[in-house]
Design a protein around this ligand. Structure first.
Ligand SMILES: NC(=O)c1ccc[n+]([C@@H]2O[C@H](COP(=O)([O-])OP(=O)(O)OC[C@H]3O[C@@H](n4cnc5c(N)ncnc54)[C@H](OP(=O)(O)O)[C@@H]3O)[C@@H](O)[C@H]2O)c1
Length: 136
């Protein structure tokens, strides 16, 4: 079985550190794609982590990955990115993990969208209070 491809969307203060840990500490032996709205941050990250590649859009990152992490600023950012991905690419069978701190109603709404699209979804809050929504 081939190792999955991972994508990380959102390289802010938290996302940068979490993605860096994944890239640097050798936990993953698979392809690692990063995306950030401000692409210069993604390029800066890639320069420090040559085992990663930069995607030009969230949809491109999601299309190429099996497991997609999001760590974005707020509810609007998460909803916008998820809607963009769902409307631009096929996500059936992919796993999405959201590390953003957002309202539970927003989490439920995106969980339903992922379920309708045939994807799996786990919300994984950074403060380690785990709420889990797993479908399929
Ligand atoms: N910082 C903490 O100590 C901490 C602790 C616990 C939980 N959290 C949660 O973790 C999440 C990330 O926090 P953070 O500190 O990393 O935030 P941050 O530094 O402000 O980074 C926000 C990230 O979201 C992206 N973003 C914001 N609005 C967007 C939009 N409309 N479309 C696409 N991308 C968008 C930003 O892209 P750009 O670079 O282009 O702006 C950036 O990558 C938040 O939900 C926060 O509440 C943070």
């Amino acid at each position: 079985m081939m190792a999955p491809t991972i994508a990380w969307l959102g390289l802010g203060n938290m996302g940068m550190g979490m993605a860096s840990n994944l890239a640097k500490k050798g936990i993953i032996k698979c392809s690692f794609i990063v995306y950030n709205r401000t692409v210069s941050r993604a390029r800066q990250f890639q320069a420090l982590n040559p085992n990663t590649v930069v995607a030009e859009s969230a949809a491109e990152a999601a299309a190429k990955a099996d497991i997609i992490f999001t760590c974005l600023g707020d509810d609007t950012a998460v909803s916008e990115i998820i809607d963009l991905i769902i409307t631009s690419t096929t996500i059936k069978g992919k796993l999405f993990v959201d590390c953003s701190t957002i309202h539970p109603d927003t989490t439920t709404a995106i969980a339903n969208k992922f379920q309708d699209a045939g994807a799996e979804f786990v919300t994984s809050l950074i403060h380690l209070l785990w709420n889990t929504y797993v479908f399929n």
